[in-house]
Design a protein around this ligand. Sequence first.
Ligand SMILES: O=C(O)CCC(=O)C(=O)O
Ligand SMILES: [Fe+2]
Length: 268
Amino acid sequence: MKLKNLLTTEATDELRKITSNSRSREEFSKYSTEFKKLVYDIEQDITFQIYSSPNFKNTFRQLVGQELTFTQSVGFELTPKKKGAAWHLDTISFSYIMPEDLGYTLWIPLDPIKTREQHGGIAYVPRKAYSGDAYFFLLDQVVKNGKVDEVCQFEDFKRSNFQYASQMEEIALESCKVEHDFEVGDALLLDKFVWHKSCPLKEGTLPSRKAYVMRFVGSHSRYSKAFLDGMYSLIRATGEEPQTTFGYKALAHLKDGDPISEELIVKT
Ligand SMILES: O=C(O)CCC(=O)C(=O)O
Ligand SMILES: [Fe+2]
């Protein structure tokens, strides 16, 4: 869902500064090489100011009916030479909560997005049309029933990256995608069951598109080490290293089923 004028110019200027100044890690995975920059955990004072402001909290309480707990930030930069992310669900980014629990991505573009001129935004498919909850359920069954090792042996599985849509799904997703224009200050809120992708940036006046992403979990969302371990085994079986170890670093002291509240997150 698109949120108009969520952030002030001061806030987006600050977020742009953080995103510009942060450096990507050396070890690139396939996912991160599809961007000019992809860097995790770049929160600063401004990030805290945004998510703890009463206005922001109220807005989201009304929108999702739950308090949101900030977990992680990500900075993206996309240029015309890079494809960005193909259709996917953020199964790794939300692997530290129970598969059925709520997680949210707030995507904040730091450049204006004009779809008719250069694209460069995010496309998504509304859950009513095709929802990712069945896919989280599927992954849950694999983990819960101790089938991760077996799945990791499948040649088909090793060849594909399970976070992404299949070719047949891509065709269906393309045909019901939504792509918005954005002014700087607007944002897009997606829950973790929403399929989405980057829209490649065409050559034009904008040389690159930056975005700052804030991930949240619902205040009722519970930690799941079992699902976290399962997802990391699956991703490693495809030959990729997980982009982030947030669930291990920041939440390692939690037990399965513990609710994740702000005080429990270890700042790294
Ligand atoms: O900014 C992009 O192009 C990708 C963002 C994305 O996939 C995400 O935040 O989950
Ligand atoms: Fe994503």
